[in-house]
Design a protein. Sequence first.
Length: 355
Amino acid sequence: MSLAGETALPHPEKATARQYPPDTGSEFTPLLRDVKGQELLDRRTGWYARTIVTNTLSLAAVVTGMALIGDSWWVLALAPVLAVLCARTAFIGHDAGHAQISGNRATNRRIGLIHGNLLLGMSFAWWNDKHNRHHANPNHIDKDPDVAADVLVFTSKQAATRTGFRGWLTRHQAWLFFPLTLLEGLALKLYGFQNLRRQTGRQRLVEGTLLFAHLAGYVTLLLTTMPLTHALVFAAIHQALFGLHLGMAFAPNHKGMDMPDPDGDKWGHLRRQVLTSRNIRGSFLTDWFLGGLNYQIEHHLFPSMPRPHLRLAQPMVKAHCRDLGIPYTESGLIDSYRQVLRHMHEVGEPLRADI
C-alpha cells in the first residue's frame, strides 16, 4: 500500500521508545482546579434526557417505517439510518459507562444495560471493563487491551511473530482495516455472549436475559416486518454499516500516537492521556457524528465530563499543554484516517520485506 508523499510519522518502534520526562501530579492539578471552577464536571441531566428521548423516538420511527414498507425493497433505505441511530445508542452507553449521565452508579448501569445489552446486543459489563482498562493505560502495549495483538497488530514487535494467515493479515492490514470494521457490530455481540461465562450470579442473569431479549427481538422485528430475503439483506447492511460507523469513530483516537515504553519512565496522568490521544477538528456535525470522541484528549483527561462540556474544556486544555510544552495533537478527520492507515502500513513493513 503506497502512502508516499505524506508527512512521515515516527516508525512504530521509535514511537514506542520515545521518552518524555515524568510529570508530577502538580502538573494536572491546576488544570483540574480550573475545570472544576468552570463547573465543567457537573452533570448535564437535561441534555442527556433530551438526547435519550430523541434517540428513542428516532428508533421507534425507523421501526414503524420498517413495518409500513417492509414488503418493498425500499425498506433497505432504512438500514443505514438504523445503523447511524445504533451508533448514537452506543455513544449513550459509552457515556453511561463513564458516569457522565448521572451521579448515581445504579442509574448509569441501568442506562448502559438498556442501550448496550437490550438495544445493541453487546455486553455492557464486558465493554465497560475493557474500556476502563484502556483509559487507565492508553496505548500501553502490556496493559491496554485495545492494542493487544489480535486480528490487527500495532507494533513491529507484535508483527514479527505473525506467520501463516495471520502474517498475511498483518502485511495487508492497512488495506483491510476499514473492511474489517464491517464485522465489528457482529463481533461485539459475540464478545458479549462469550463474556457471560466469566460472569456469576445476578450479573450473568441480568446481562444474559437482556442479550437474548435483544437477539429474539431483532430477529422477530425483521421477520415480522419484511420477507426473509429482505430481512437477510437488511440485517447485513445494518450490521456492516453499524460496525463501520463505530470503526470510523474510534479509529482516529489513538492509533499511530505515542506508545509508552513499558521499561521506561512512567508517565503521569497528564502526559499519559495527552501524548497517546489525537483530537479531530471539525464543527458541531463532527461532534454529532463522532459522539464527542473527537475531543479524545479532553475525554481521556476527564472521563466523567459530560459530552457537551468537552468542547468548552478544549481551549483550557490546549493552553495548559502549551504552557508546559506538551504536544497537543489535533488533525482533520480525513487526515486522521490517513495517519492511522500509515501507522498500520508501517507496522507490517518487516513482514513485507521478507517476501
